[in-house]
Design a protein around this ligand. Sequence first.
Ligand SMILES: NC(=O)c1ccc[n+]([C@@H]2O[C@H](COP(=O)([O-])OP(=O)(O)OC[C@H]3O[C@@H](n4cnc5c(N)ncnc54)[C@H](OP(=O)(O)O)[C@@H]3O)[C@@H](O)[C@H]2O)c1
Length: 293
Amino acid sequence: MKILLLGPEGQLGHELRALLPALGELVAVSRAELDVGTLESVREALARIRPHLIVNATAYNEVDRAESDMSRAIAVNRDAVLAMGEYGKRERAALIHYSTDFVFDGTKGAPYVETDRENPLSSYGKSKLAGEQALTGIEAPAIVMRTAWVYSLRRKSFVSMIHRMAREKEELRVVRDQVGSPTFCRDLARASAVVIARLGPDPFAKADELRGVYHAAGEGACSRFELARAVLELDPKRSEHVVKQLEPATTDSFPAPARRPSSTPLDCSKLRDVFGARFLPWKIALAEALSGT
Ligand SMILES: NC(=O)c1ccc[n+]([C@@H]2O[C@H](COP(=O)([O-])OP(=O)(O)OC[C@H]3O[C@@H](n4cnc5c(N)ncnc54)[C@H](OP(=O)(O)O)[C@@H]3O)[C@@H](O)[C@H]2O)c1
């Protein structure tokens, strides 16, 4: 089975690159080799490489910039994804794609399930939802893993930012009115590998049968403030900290171009029931992530 991995240098892509060789012949194509924002290049690359399975770890992820750059966000988060889905349908190939908790408005007051109504508050959320809907619209053989608050220590993320700022600032202020399910990128890569293994040797047939959206995020939920506190407590190199105080704040004290949903824990039982893929409780995954630093 030939597996095409797009976005191998991202948080998730980097971890997938390590795992996917166990599941097939891996062809990893970086942004330098293929700009997925250019539709013709995507179609040409797929026709040339002819994968049996595409794992799309690319995304236009800059939430604030998307507010003034919607056409680029749509090109990467919808149009490229649709081209991958069309290729899959036509050539009998499966697609693993990723979406976001930002498709929700955060007002439910309980963990979100896949059948809950989407109502994105930001252009980024709208562009990611448009990608999901494009795949659904053509009944693409695609498994869409909706994830949340993805972090690594390698690249810029909320966790890496707190980890760094703890060494630079005496006081940190972090919002306590945004709640979500923190997801260690390695945990998401492992769950993706389990899904791919379950698709079996003819990934198209199984993905076509099981196509749809699956929530895929770290188990449990916390506020950004609680996550920051856990980063400080679990950092094995606490002796390097200069931070003395962690102060709770509210979202309105950090004005930003894009609106964020206030509470988007994800219920991942569908992924567990259908594919047997599970996530670690978020704090255990965080301890694992920090132990590698
Ligand atoms: N990060 C989060 O908090 C979060 C939350 C919810 C959902 N998600 C979703 O989870 C998935 C993985 O996210 P991640 O955190 O691993 O993202 P990431 O670290 O930002 O990685 C995205 C990758 O896509 C590449 N890319 C961006 N535009 C491209 C283009 N036009 N052509 C080719 N490659 C391009 C980036 O290239 P460069 O290396 O050059 O930047 C990067 O390697 C995405 O679908 C994302 O929307 C993420």
